[in-house]
Design a protein around this ligand. Structure first.
Ligand code: FE
Length: 283
């Protein structure tokens, strides 16, 4: 191989293990992006993976809290949550549903479990907004499971939450960073092959079994995130007992990030403004 050639399949450049964490009023989860080993992965600011059969791990939920300057994306695998915000919007998130919330200039909301027992599992991803969109009007895209296309292939099933896979378009629209978000389940040895725009950031988070990525089929086990470097396509192969992962991609912003908890802006002055606005009830 020529030293300067681009590999066919994006190589694994880093593997990061999700770190046990607690957030909201005491919800236990794995923090994958937004922890010391991986503070962010432009344009992604945070990825939490939650999954438990024990109500104690999730029952406290996420009471009222603000957001400004980015988007929160909740993808439910199991269980039910209810979302309510300061402007009177509310919605229920069930298994397989997606909520893509563009916080923009600010919302105050709660995310609380609608169950007192049973399994609760899913992901919350934070996607940054470019400076020009940070103060946009808040917007919700609440997508029930039956609007998420499912593409079945040889030994694989792919759900398309955002972006395009094969000929299927995900239901999320008009997002600044042109994101892709797939949920892929591979049987042992099954092959996955998908093009992502060159220059876009891409990562895979494996949450069941094991999956190999890149020309070298670098193995990545459940609870681990693989950063995928430059390459023409994303190639994956199911491990010995198969595997399941989310594949997330987006255009990096290359802008300064100044974060104070749930406020993510470009300058310290904008953070002070966010705190003032929140304390004055202007969200
Ligand atoms: Fe929130």
């Amino acid at each position: 191989m020529h030293a300067t050639s681009t590999p066919l399949f994006r190589p694994v450049t880093r593997i990061v293990r999700g770190m046990p964490a607690s957030d909201g009023a005491g919800v236990r989860m794995l923090r994958v992006i937004g922890q010391p080993q991986l503070p962010n992965l432009d344009p992604f600011l945070m990825l939490d993976a939650f999954g438990s059969d024990r109500a104690d791990d999730y029952i406290a939920g996420f009471p009222d809290h603000p957001h400004r300057g980015f988007e929160t994306v909740t993808y439910m695998l199991a269980g039910r949550m209810r979302h309510r915000d300061s402007q009177g919007n509310s919605g229920d998130l069930g298994p397989g549903s997606v909520q893509w919330m563009t916080a923009g200039r600010g919302i105050v909301h709660s995310e609380m479990p609608l169950q007192e027992s049973g399994r609760m599992a899913g992901f919350q991803l934070w996607v940054n907004l470019p400076a020009r969109d940070k103060m946009c009007a808040p917007r919700y895209q609440d997508i029930p499971a039956d609007r998420v296309p499912v593409v079945a292939g040889s030994g694989l099933v792919v759900k398309v939450l955002a972006g395009r896979y094969a000929a299927a378009d995900g239901p999320v629209s008009t997002v600044a960073t042109d994101p892709g978000y797939l949920d892929a389940t591979l049987e042992a040895g099954a092959r996955f092959d998908h093009a992502i725009a060159p220059g876009h950031t891409a990562f895979a988070y494996v949450f069941e079994g094991e999956v190999g990525f890149g020309d070298a089929a670098t193995p990545v086990r459940a609870t681990h995130l693989a950063v995928l470097g430059p390459g023409e396509r994303v190639g994956a192969v199911g491990g010995p007992d198969g595997g399941r992962f989310i594949l997330v991609s987006g255009r990096p912003l290359g802008e300064p990030i100044v974060q104070y908890g749930p406020f993510v802006m470009n300058t310290a002055a904008e953070i002070r403004q966010a705190i003032d606005d929140f304390q004055a009830g202007r969200f």
